[in-house]
Structure formats: C-alpha cells, structure tokens
Design a protein. Structure first.
Length: 156
C-alpha cells in the first residue's frame, strides 16, 4: 500500500488538541501507522504570531496523490482553517511531504514538498520516521538548514 508522509502544523487555539484532531481525521484518508513527537517551533516568514506546534505523520493510503491532497484540504476546512496570508497564523496546516517515491509537479501539488529540505521543523520530526529523503540522509539535510535553533520537543 502506498505510504505518504504528512507535515502538520498549528499556531492558533489549543495546538495539541488541533494536532490530535487532525491525526484522527486523517483516518478518513487511510491508516495512520506512525507519528513523530510534537515540536514547538518559531514561525517562519511572518514572525508576529504564536509559536507553531509541528508533527509528521506516516499514512498508508490507497488515494492517489491528487485525491489525498483534496482529502487533506477537506480536513483542514472541516477543522475550521480560515484563509489567511502566506506563512500566517493558522488553526491547522497539513502538507504532503512525500508519497512513496513519487515526484509530481503540478500547479496544485508538488511532491516532494518543495521546501521540505529547507525546514528543520519538518526534517527533525520526519527523521523520527525515515532516514533518507530521495537518497540523501536526513542528518545531512539538517546540516544545511539555518533554522536549527527554532526546533524543540513540545510537552503537553
């Protein structure tokens, strides 16, 4: 069965509850097989907002990437994500980071996620679940990112 890795993030409201609800809702798109720990991170791009809580989820799914994308957006909508601006505060954000070995570039969806290798807040939790991204060890990718100090394990 295809395996996808999804990055979850939240900055508004009950952040732990938001992630818990998102993970549960992903059951409508497949089977959540593993989750990373949760990481509290500094915002990127727009600093005047609360800190993010991030997590990566491994999902076994029969949905093709475009269908998974639509399912994820529906979950965000149902959870109450409101449109803001790029990098702005949000109740929930769910990104498809990887989908097996698929490389996809469409106006709607890019896999692997185009900023995956530039974000410690994605790479650190992802490293709990896999060792490599497109044959590059995650530890090597982490050495290249500049936001190392932005990531700390979150506690409830």
């Amino acid at each position: 069965m295809p395996r996808a890795y999804l990055g979850l993030g939240t900055t508004l409201g009950g952040r732990h509850a938001n992630l818990t609800a998102a993970v549960a809702a992903l059951g409508s798109a497949g089977t959540v097989t593993r989750t990373s720990r949760r990481y509290e991170t500094a915002p990127v791009g727009f600093a005047q907002q609360p800190r993010f809580l991030n997590q990566v989820v491994e999902l076994e799914t029969t949905l093709a990437p475009p269908d998974l994308f639509r399912a994820v957006k529906l979950i965000e909508d149902r959870m109450g994500r409101a449109g803001t601006f790029r990098n702005g505060p949000r109740l929930i954000d769910i990104d498809i980071l990887l989908y097996d070995d698929v490389v996809l570039n469409t106006p709607e969806l890019n896999i692997p996620h185009p900023r995956l290798t530039h974000r410690a807040f994605v790479l650190r939790p992802l490293a709990e679940l896999i060792d490599h991204v497109q044959e590059t060890p995650i530890v090597e990718l982490l050495k290249r990112v500049h936001d190392q100090d932005a990531v700390a394990v979150a506690h409830e």
